[in-house]
Design a protein around this ligand. Structure first.
Ligand code: BGC
Length: 907
């Protein structure tokens, strides 16, 4: 790159590159800057939006706007039109006033913006009246002809149940599990596909397969089906525009035909049965005779609920090859993928018509190394394929996913060739934005396990686990993991969609269902599987309503999410306020408590910290976040009201849980962690509480005892209150209980329990023992923020101002973290060499960073060999420095820096 040249790249609209089919009328535009000077800042931007790629038909031109804003700039031009593509480009001026070139051109395309544009009918299959195979997935087809010279063609489609769409025999798009999982009766996504190249002059045919999915299939753990409805259905419109401007619309209506397809059964938990002998050759191609197919039935269903896809769709993200095949002591033939993964197996097979392949999926082998499915409870995770018998056949499921590391070949014709099996990993296609590595390979494996926990459980919604008959959007788990998740991958859209469902399902009294989407949203209290008293109360679960949007705001600087969720957060806090007799304590109702903590009583999942303590602490915490949000959004009256509320909650908390001499009434680690991290105690009492926590961890218990509630903040509470070494001791501990204990047992994902596999090799009871549960993976944010040292700051969120503050410790000799922020790449890397430290950092353009060189002796600090002291005017990008207790603090602009310094207290 030429010196002084400034480039603009990574143009996105609503977090996406060139999205098709959005229905946001004021989409937000973001871009990144690249240059090889240090200290790059934007001083002005100009955006042009046009109807054509040459920008001759401009609809919005901002001219130069004096502003540093380069993320989430709202489109504010004339009203955007349905189905229309808008091209945009950006130009900026830097801090010196030099102009960049125009960026490359990017675009977005509007979907069906107006609900009344849905002219298609909801159609459902009526073949079941004539066909006995009641379970099988219906298929639909429609013939049509197209004149030549098509300019563009789009399909907008949605369904009750999951759909797979094909055009002239080819699968359309690379999305899976469409239309996704939302509060179906109120919010149903449609997807948009560009099918211009799939159409051909003359005869064409559309085909659709419908699976039960979350809509109609098994959900929860009571063998119950059909939570949302018992009839799958599809709605679709194909809009064709010819070169000469003529338009044509093809839509689902009475003229479609339907019959049973070869998928005999498909279910998220149970798996799939596919009879290849039942395949109907040419069914989704032109020139096919569908005379004996059934008429479809028109469903009188709402179209108002349709909205454009909100998050990144689920896709096939990676493929993995199996590690080995072996025979277990029980004589089972088992394939080991080497990784606990989520998705499915693609396989090739040869045999006679009617031969079968039956695959079962499991996460672990038992103590005797046999295949083990006990912990899957009611989820069969079984794939059955019946061969048609004409040479090599291949198969992968359509509407189901499995959580597994091992595959048992229950039935398989002929010799097994391992190369015929491939693991296909599917999850929401979020951008990977974070990496961590350090000199301890066990911690690196822990980090990989955290990533795999996210891959496995971010399949359209944040689930607790991806394998047993649960796979639900437990709010507590999501809240605990959201910060780590948002470092790892860009989760903004993923959680925006989920929060909209949360808001939608929030109960009138302000409480939040414990799982979102709640399959039982419309089920009467008497018939519910999760009783209402449990479903609508728990602290630390409901608080997802506040903590998740706050985290998205901090990570991506996204103020809109705060606005969108504001009333929902407020209602949640008011809900708490209305509980019990004292409005400043939360001491009533059911709570999950410090779930799975090690200080729980025999036969209980709940830790020793009392419900009242956990609930009141969270009440204060959520109120404190809400107060900050009210300040950010400028709601002055709420600021007044909720400051007062927070003050009183804290006073009541202290009266209730802090003794006059400043001791906490609850002698648990979690109680101390919450009191510290949520800032609930008086300054003069902090020291005692910190010391007590350290004493518990180090002496009394000798290890962590925390559950879902205390664990995420445990290391933070220690390291930011003078005990970083103790936090490192916990992190690096390999004996049970610890983060690394599962790693010593060969874990490739995060377990639900600290000892899902016990030291003697036995398991926790099957009733609740997942090997892919991300909650304890929340240690990830401590790795990013404290070990690696990358932090955002509340005043300039979204990493507009970055705090790089690594705290080396434990046995670590080096660490490196990367986070791809909205502004670009942030890197912090450090190495200890004898009594010196080397620190390399990268700060993206248009941001600044406060950098702490830990324990540095100010006189020895060099940046690329230039002495820092009294010399900042000679070092580009460094604005100033300070000698502080923790080391040396610098203020820097964008660029790459390489520091070298002597440590004040060498190891
Ligand atoms: C889930 C948890 C969830 C919990 C509620 C379990 O079955 O797997 O992760 O948060 O229920 O306490």
């Amino acid at each position: 790159m030429e010196k002084n040249k400034l480039d603009i790249y990574d143009l996105k609209v609503e977090y996406r590159k060139n999205p098709l089919g959005i229905d946001n009328l004021n989409p937000r535009i973001s871009w990144k800057l690249k240059g090889n000077e240090r200290g790059i800042k934007q001083s002005a931007y100009k955006i042009q939006v046009a109807l054509d790629e040459n920008f001759s038909n401009i609809v919005w031109d901002t001219s130069f706007v004096k502003s540093e804003q380069s993320v989430h700039v709202k489109y504010d031009g004339p009203e955007l039109k349905s189905k229309t593509r808008y091209y945009y480009r950006v130009q900026i001026k830097d801090q010196k006033g030099s102009k960049s070139d125009w960026s490359n051109t990017a675009y977005w395309e509007m979907g069906l913006v107006n609900k009344n544009e849905w002219e298609a009918e909801w159609i459902t299959s009526d073949y079941k009246n004539q066909n006995e195979k009641l379970q099988s997935c219906p298929i639909f087809r429609k013939d049509f002809t197209v004149n030549d010279n098509i300019k563009k063609a789009r399909i907008y489609i949605s369904s009750f149940g999951l759909y797979e769409l094909s055009l002239n025999g080819k699968r359309v798009g690379d999305y899976y599990f469409t239309p996704g999982w939302t509060t179906y009766d109120q919010r149903l996504q449609y997807q948009t596909y560009d099918v211009t190249d799939l159409l051909k002059e003359g005869d064409n045919a559309l085909g659709v397969i419908l699976g039960d999915g979350w809509y109609k299939g098994d959900l929860m753990w009571n063998d119950k089906r059909g939570f949302y409805g018992d009839q799958t259905a599809v709605i679709m419109q194909l809009h064709i525009i010819y070169q000469d401007g003529r338009k044509e619309l093809l839509k689902t209506d009475q003229s479609w035909k339907s019959t049973a397809g070869p998928i005999i059964m498909s279910d998220i938990y149970q798996g799939e049965i596919y009879d290849a002998r039942e395949e109907i050759s040419g069914w989704n191609q032109p020139a096919f005779n569908a005379e004996d197919w059934s008429e479809v039935k028109i469903l009188d269903q709402d179209k108002e609920i349709l909205l454009a896809q909100e998050n990144e769709a689920v896709k096939k993200i990676e493929k993995i090859k199996p590690e080995k095949i072996f025979t277990t002591p029980a004589g089972e033939t088992v394939i080991d993928m080497g990784q606990n993964m989520v998705g499915w197996i693609h396989f090739k097979v040869e045999g006679k018509a009617g031969d079968k392949v039956i695959l079962k999926h499991a996460e672990v082998l038992d103590q005797d190394d046999n295949f083990y499915t006990g912990n899957l409870r009611g989820a069969e995770q079984k794939i059955e394929y019946i061969l048609k018998g004409d040479g090599q056949e291949s198969f992968e499921p359509h509407f189901t996913f499995q959580g597994f590391r091992y595959i048992k070949l229950e039935v398989y014709p002929g010799e097994v060739d391992l190369s015929d099996f491939t693991g296909v990993v599917l999850h929401s296609d979020m951008e990977r934005t974070g990496e961590f590595s350090c000199s301890n390979s066990m911690i690196n494996q822990l980090f990989e396990n955290i990533i795999w926990g996210q891959k496995g459980n971010f399949l359209d919604i944040p689930t607790d686990c991806p394998q047993r008959d649960e796979r639900l959007g437990w709010t507590g788990d999501a809240q605990v993991f959201v910060q780590t998740a948002s470092y790892n991958m860009n989760t903004a859209l993923f959680f925006t969609k989920w929060l909209r469902d949360l808001k939608c399902e929030q109960i009138d009294n302000g409480s939040i269902p414990a799982v979102i989407p709640d399959p039982e949203v419309n089920i009467s209290a008497e018939e519910r599987i999760i009783p209402v008293e449990i479903e609508h109360t728990s602290a630390a679960w409901g608080d997802a309503a506040v903590i998740v949007p706050w985290t998205i705001y901090l990570t991506y600087g996204d103020e809109q999410i705060l606005k969108e969720q504001y009333e929902s957060m407020k209602a949640y806090i008011e809900y708490i306020r209305n509980q019990g007799e004292n409005e400043y304590l939360w001491n009533t109702g059911f709570h999950f408590g410090d779930w799975l903590a090690l200080d729980s009583k025999e036969n209980s999942y709940k830790g020793a910290t009392s419900d009242d303590f956990v609930a009141t602490a969270y009440y204060a915490y959520s109120t404190s976040l809400f107060l900050k949000i009210a300040e950010i959004l400028g709601y002055k009256e709420d600021v007044r009201e909720y400051s007062d509320l927070l003050k009183k909650i804290k006073e009541n908390f202290r009266k209730e849980f802090v003794t006059p001499n400043g001791r906490l009434s609850e002698p648990t680690q979690t109680a101390h962690v919450l009191a510290l991290y949520f800032d609930l105690v008086k300054e003069e009492n902090r020291k005692r509480i910190i010391d007590t926590l350290a004493e518990y961890v180090d002496q009394r218990d000798g290890h962590l005892t925390t559950g879902f509630v205390g664990t995420p903040y445990l290391c933070h509470a220690l390291s930011s209150n003078g005990y970083p070494e103790l936090a490192y001791k916990l992190l690096e501990r390999e004996e049970y209980p610890s983060w690394l204990y599962p790693v010593t047992k060969g874990a490739t994902t995060i377990w639900e329990h600290w000892d899902s596999i016990k030291e003697d090799g036995s398991f926790w009871p099957d009733a609740m023992n997942s090997f892919n549960h991300y909650a304890y993976g929340a240690i990830g944010d401590w790795l990013y923020q404290v070990v690696g040292g990358i932090n955002t700051n509340e005043e300039e969120p979204g990493f507009k101002k970055i705090i790089i503050d690594p705290k080396p410790g434990g046995s670590l000799k080096s660490a490196r973290v990367r986070h791809e922020s909205m502004y670009g790449k942030i890197i912090s890397e450090w190495k200890l060499i004898d009594n010196r430290m080397k620190m390399e950092i990268e700060v993206p353009p248009n941001t600044t960073a406060v950098v702490i060189l830990p324990d540095a002796l100010v006189d020895t600090v060099r940046e690329n060999d230039i002495l820092l002291k009294n010399n900042t005017h000679n070092i580009e990008g460094i604005y100033n420095y300070k000698d502080i207790d923790e080391g040396v603090e610098l203020e820097v602009g964008s660029g790459k820096y390489c520091f070298d310094f002597k440590l004040d207290t060498p190891a």
